[in-house]
Write a protein that binds this ligand. Structure first.
Ligand SMILES: O=C1O[C@H](COP(=O)(O)O)[C@@H](O)[C@H](O)[C@H]1O
Length: 253
């Protein structure tokens, strides 16, 4: 594990959401001061609800600062936006309903394209915003973790873990439905300035222990953003952290 790792344990899910609020507010301020914009990658599943609680009060309604946020997907499922599995659909119904200023700031997939074409389409959208560098450098990637240790759509034992060149990859055999998705690759995760894992619930405790204490080679443990002096946060609720016995944790960011 990297030296710049910080593990923070919150008493409850709502304390964890407050921690996300604090991290987003601080990193957005720093990024906007340094580069005039804040590039954020968000994940699906339980994160849409957590961000819907954490984001809205960062600025007052109508504030210009929202337009400096550029929001991307760490991974996205290739389904129509009105499908219950659509990550963007989830953000639109919940977060965007509360912060309409963010709607135009999301960089979305094209659900009419297949996974391969979407990966290319999303790559091109990233090139437009980040330029043609070796890899894009996100200010913050917010990632979740499944009970099997997967993160984004990078699953244990899957050949996509070997990807070293692409920014965005297609996956059509995701072990977790729906099967067809796109995902940021490990090198992109590892070039970010900040990556924060947001993990809550007792069903994640075993995977948290495997990654943080036993150093098992699960996809989530392969995320170590060091290329740009990157910082790695693991933000856990007390249930998700309940298996950690020998790991130094913090109670504040
Ligand atoms: O399928 C996915 O799973 C992970 C974890 O989801 P959670 O609901 O267990 O938090 C999520 O981070 C990823 O974006 C999503 O596509």
């Amino acid at each position: 594990m990297t030296d710049s790792l910080k593990i923070i344990v919150y008493k409850s899910g709502s304390d964890l959401e407050n921690g996300m609020h604090e991290l987003l507010k601080r990193l957005a301020k720093e990024a906007i001061a340094a580069r005039g914009k804040f590039t954020l990658g968000v994940s699906g599943g339980s994160m849409a609800k957590q961000l819907t609680a954490a984001v809205p009060d960062i600025y007052p309604k109508g504030q210009e600062e929202w337009k400096k946020w550029h929001v991307f997907f760490c991974d996205e499922r290739i389904v129509a936006f009105d499908d219950k599995e659509s990550t963007y659909g989830d953000y639109k119904k919940n977060l965007i309903a509360k912060v309409p200023e963010l709607e135009s700031q999301f960089v979305v997939i094209d659900p009419s394209k297949d996974a391969e074409n979407n990966a290319l389409h999303y790559h091109n959208q990233l090139v437009q915003r980040f330029g043609n560098a070796m890899f894009p450098i996100f200010d913050l990637l917010l990632t979740g973790m499944g009970p099997d240790g997967h993160t984004c759509s990078l699953f244990p034992g899957h050949p996509l873990l070997e990807e070293r060149r692409k920014w965005v990859a297609a996956i059509t055999d995701s072990p977790k439905p729906p099967p067809s998705r796109i995902t940021l690759t490990l090198p992109v995760l590892n070039h970010a300035r900040n990556v924060a894992f947001i993990v809550a619930g007792s069903n994640k405790a075993e995977a948290v222990k495997k990654v943080l204490e036993d150093q098992e080679k699960l996809p989530s443990g392969m995320v170590q953003p060091q290329s740009n002096g990157g910082k790695l946060y693991w933000m856990l609720d007390s249930e998700a952290a309940s298996g950690l016995k020998n790991t130094r944790t913090h109670t504040e960011l």
